[in-house]
Design a protein around this ligand. Sequence first.
Ligand code: GRF
Length: 193
Amino acid sequence: MVKFPGANHLNVAVFISGAGTNLKSLIKFSLKTKKKIIIKLIISNNKKAKGLKYSKIFKIKKKIYNFDDKTNEENILNFLEYNQIDIICLAGFMKILSTKFIKKFKGKIINIHPSLLPKYKGLNTHQRVLDNNDNFSGCTVHYVNSKLDSGKIILQKKVKVLKRDTAKTLAKRILKQEHILYPMALKKICINL
Ligand code: GRF
């Protein structure tokens, strides 16, 4: 649980690298929270990320940073502080944050991963599930710590693997559940609002 003594609303920054469909579901959810949860910033490492379009559609400030240049981290942290960001949601964000960065936002960075963690950390989750003939896969929202996809789990949703599934069809079905799970998880950790 994230403790925000005295806070009557929370400012969220969503970090993306690609399509941003999870970003969209978080924005839609936030618009139903009577300004208790505000998606205030969209941050990306990729200037071509399709999800950046939601900045214009929903009038949310966006910023692109080169996360490979670690000297930039101070700028990013300053920008987050300037915008009074309380929570960071990683949503299809393909860069690994430094330990220093994670420490600064300790317990306030969450991520969505398309597998039932602790199974299948890292990339290519769906193909690995199929290769192992698993009956179930799913998605997980978890806190971010300095080890990849290893922080405390907030919520998970199971999805049945079908006989005819390919990595693509499975990914699509799981993504649908991600769009439900991520807002639920955000709500869960902000329960004191
Ligand atoms: C999602 O499956 C997410 O779990 C994974 O990358 C995908 C990103 O989708 N990390 P989107 O950019 O939110 O559409």
